[in-house]
Design a protein around this ligand. Sequence first.
Ligand SMILES: Cc1cc2nc3c(=O)[nH]c(=O)nc-3n(C[C@H](O)[C@H](O)[C@H](O)COP(=O)(O)OP(=O)(O)OC[C@H]3O[C@@H](n4cnc5c(N)ncnc54)[C@H](O)[C@@H]3O)c2cc1C
Ligand code: FES
Length: 247
Amino acid sequence: MNNRLLTSRVLRVEPLTTTVFTLEMETDQPVSVQPGQFMMVEVPGHFLLRPFAPISCEGRRITFAIQRVGEGTEILAGLEPHTPLMLRGPLGRGFPAVEGPLVLIGGGVGVAPLLAVASQLEDHSGPVRAFLGFNRAADVILREEFERAGVETTICTMDGSLGYRGNPVAAATAEVPSGWTAFACGPQPLLQAVKGKFARVYVSLESHMGCGWGVCNACRVDRPEGRGTLKICEDGPVFDAEEVELK
Ligand SMILES: Cc1cc2nc3c(=O)[nH]c(=O)nc-3n(C[C@H](O)[C@H](O)[C@H](O)COP(=O)(O)OP(=O)(O)OC[C@H]3O[C@@H](n4cnc5c(N)ncnc54)[C@H](O)[C@@H]3O)c2cc1C
Ligand code: FES
């Protein structure tokens, strides 16, 4: 756990789709965020910071892909360059280092932390595929970035307007041997669907967060068979899918 506070300023806010935008920040000191770890980001005028997993982090530059879902993300979408913002982190446990064939399965803005994984796989010992799911072609984000990272990428849309028609778990299970390792991030039904489909499955969970570093108990997730609970902010957000109940 590293709940260090960083001062930063906005470099750029750019729309990716009608509801998703990138927020690029420059921090006052270098920060290293492992893929799947997250940062708590200040929302001007709000007491609670909001958790986001960066798509990239190089030196003092950190970039997020953020979906507008409520008041905080609306405010972030409207920030001007040079606005100062406080960041806290990096926090939590990200995706583990694994060897051998790897499939990345993301849904919607859940593809964000998987891009951070894809970008750090130059020396990976095995094939890597990505299956990225969206409702329709107009919602597709970060496709070129996955391809630029050298990962064979399949776009899936629920309405069939681009790529495979259907969800990315169906596409991945049809094309990828079950002995591969899977990393998944996206809506809960996607995570439920991928559990048990591959030899090892790691899922990145979301939850409302108060503190982000284990103090407030806002982010508990059940362990299987009544074996207690874990904290998403501290024990996750990435878990072996067998360690948690995906409801
Ligand atoms: C570890 C982690 C990493 C995340 N990474 C990203 C990311 O890279 N990009 C991104 O767009 N979002 C990400 N999120 C989700 C993001 O934190 C929330 O969407 C954001 O905090 C909502 O803030 P708001 O003030 O706009 O929404 P609010 O006004 O607080 O809520 C708006 C709506 O969204 C729901 N909601 C809010 N927060 C969450 C949440 N955490 N989980 C489920 N539903 C929620 C509320 O119930 C409500 O219906 C991440 C969440 C976690 C826990
Ligand atoms: S967000 Fe406070 S304990 Fe997890």
